[in-house]
Design a protein around this ligand. Sequence first.
Ligand code: GLY
Length: 304
Amino acid sequence: MRAIIVHGGAGRWGEDRLKNALPVLRKAVEVGYSLLEEGDPMGAVEEAVKILEDSPYFNAGKGSVLSIDGSLEMDACIVQDEPRTVGAVIGVRRVKNPITLARIVAERTSHHIMYGEGAERLARIFNLPEGNLVTDYARKRLEKVREKLLKEEIGDELSLMSRTVDLIRKYPHLFIGTVGAVATDGKVVVAGTSTGGTSIKLPGRVGDTPIPGAGTWAEDGCGASATGIGEGIIQILLTKTLCEMVKRGFPLQEAANRVVGMTKYPVGVIAVNREGKTVLAYNTDSMPVAVKTEEKKEVEIHGV
Ligand code: GLY
C-alpha cells in the first residue's frame, strides 16, 4: 500500500504561521504521493521535503532559524530501508535544498555523511542551486529571542550560550521544529528530515536530524523522521529505537508513543510501515502533519 506522511515540526504554532503552513504541507504530500504513484519513493520524500525547505514558514532551507551569532547551518538526512541507502549533510550554509544534497551523498558518493565546505563543494559539482537563505524574518526573530532571554533570564551572553537547551525547554513558544517526510510504495520505506537546527544554538552544534538512527531512520519495512530538541532525540536514538520496537512486535503507533515517552525534551515523530500504516506522536502543543494513503486518497491533516 502506498502512503506518505509529512510533518512541519513539533512545537507551539501561532495561528498565523499555521494558516500559512498548512497549504504548503498539503502540497508537499500531494506532490510526494504523485511520485509514489510513479514508483519513486526516494523522489517522493525528497520532493516533499524540498517544498517545505522552499517555504519560509518552516525551520528548514529558506525558513531556517539562526545560530546565536546570526549564522545559518542546515542539516538534512535521507534513509531507505532496502537496499540500505543513507545520506546526510551537516552545517551547510548556501545550498537551497539540503535534502537533495543528502540524497546525492547517498546515491552518488561512497560516503554516508558530509559536512561543511566539503558538502558545499559537492553541491557545486552537481550544480545544485544556492541562495542567501538568511531571511529578514529569521534575523528579526533571533534578535527578539535573544533580547527576551537576555532581559528576562540571564543578563549576559556567556550564560545564555551555556544554557541553550534548558532555555529551549523553558520557552518552547520561542522555538520552531524541523521538517520531514516518510513514504512507502509498499516495497521500500524512505525517511527524510531537514532543519536549520535549534534557534540560538552555538555555531557548530549538530542536532539529531543528520545522525542516522537519531532524527532519521528506515529499516526492515519501518521508517521514521523526528522533530524537536535534537539533544533529547540523540540520547535515545529515537527513530532507530522506534524501528527496533516494531521489529520486536510492537504496533507502529505504540512504538511511536513509547519513544516519545522516553524523553523529557519536547519532541515528535512520524512513522510509516511497508503495509502503508502512518502514525504520529508528539509531546508538544502541536505538530502539523499531512497524510495521503492509497486507502483513503484524500489528504488528511493531523496534529493541530
Ligand atoms: N531537531 C532538530 C535539531 O535539534 O537540530
